[in-house]
Design a protein around this ligand. Structure first.
Ligand code: PEP
Length: 250
């Protein structure tokens, strides 16, 4: 059984201006005060804040990531940002295929795969999001939907530094609702099986994060489930104390 270091990633979404740096300073203090976290800690702020965050977080061992990237390295794509640019700002990870990108920007699994490959090419680790809608969960097709997304969105190879899968049921994001512990464990087992079948030993060691209303009060229960190797945290990552409590739950 592969030993996997858990990872907790904060997704700030379109939140964060200079004033938010105070929370980051507080988080860096909290993280360095104790024995240090038992997991890798990543913050994915808006790209405008990446460099400033890195100067605060580096000494606390907290690393940063982007929230999205364009599949191309550069070119005529007004308003977009490339993996190369994120890397140039010190990012080590990038979220791709978040449901807010899939729904709000019509992103397909194929595009998500292209973005993951762009991340590989720039030395970033892609955090590839999958997850079913509420209707799909209720109609009993959640597993089929997620397996379809894995088949289309994951790269054929594990990549130079690997990739991470984040299982995020769309209906649990930002709603305060979560699947039952049993449903989370079942879906993570399905994803693990897929990863092992397709990537062998690398699939055994691939992190599978849970995302969707992970909060200080439920993090411990979720993070102790089999095949849950960390979390992708939205709202609760904006407040240093909440995010630290989730980190400490590992
Ligand atoms: C997310 O944005 O990926 C997320 C999981 O958000 P929240 O924790 O707020 O549900």
């Amino acid at each position: 059984m592969a030993q996997i270091t858990p990872l907790i990633a904060g997704n700030w979404k379109m939140n964060g201006t200079t004033v938010q740096l105070g929370e980051v300073e507080r988080l860096a203090e909290l993280v360095t005060e104790g024995d240090g976290p038992r997991c890798t800690v990543v913050i994915c702020p808006p790209a405008t804040m990446l460099e400033r965050l890195n100067t605060i977080t580096a000494s606390a061992g907290i690393v940063t990531g982007g929230q999205d990237c364009h599949p191309a390295a550069h070119g005529p794509h007004t308003g977009d940002i490339s993996a190369q640019m994120l890397s140039d700002c010190g990012a080590q990870y990038v979220i791709v295929g978040h449901s807010e990108r899939r729904l709000g920007h019509g992103e397909t699994d194929h595009l998500v795969q292209q973005k993951a490959l762009a991340a590989f090419a720039s030395g970033l680790v892609p955090i590839i999001c999958v997850g079913e809608s509420e209707d799909e969960r209720e109609s009993g097709s959640a597993e089929k939907v997620v397996l379809g997304q894995l088949a289309e969105a994951l790269p054929d190879n594990w990549g130079p530094f690997g990739f991470i899968v984040a299982y995020e049921p769309v209906w649990a994001i930002g709603t305060g609702k979560t699947p039952t512990m049993h449903d989370i464990e079942d879906m993570h087992a399905t994803i693990r099986k897929y990863l092992v079948e397709h990537y062998g030993e690398n699939g055994e060691g691939t992190r599978i994060l849970y995302g969707g209303s992970m909060k200080p009060y439920n993090a411990r229960d979720i993070l102790r489930l089999k095949n849950v190797n960390g979390g992708l945290v939205g709202g609760a990552s904006l407040l240093a104390n909440d995010f630290y409590n989730i980190i400490s739950a590992v």
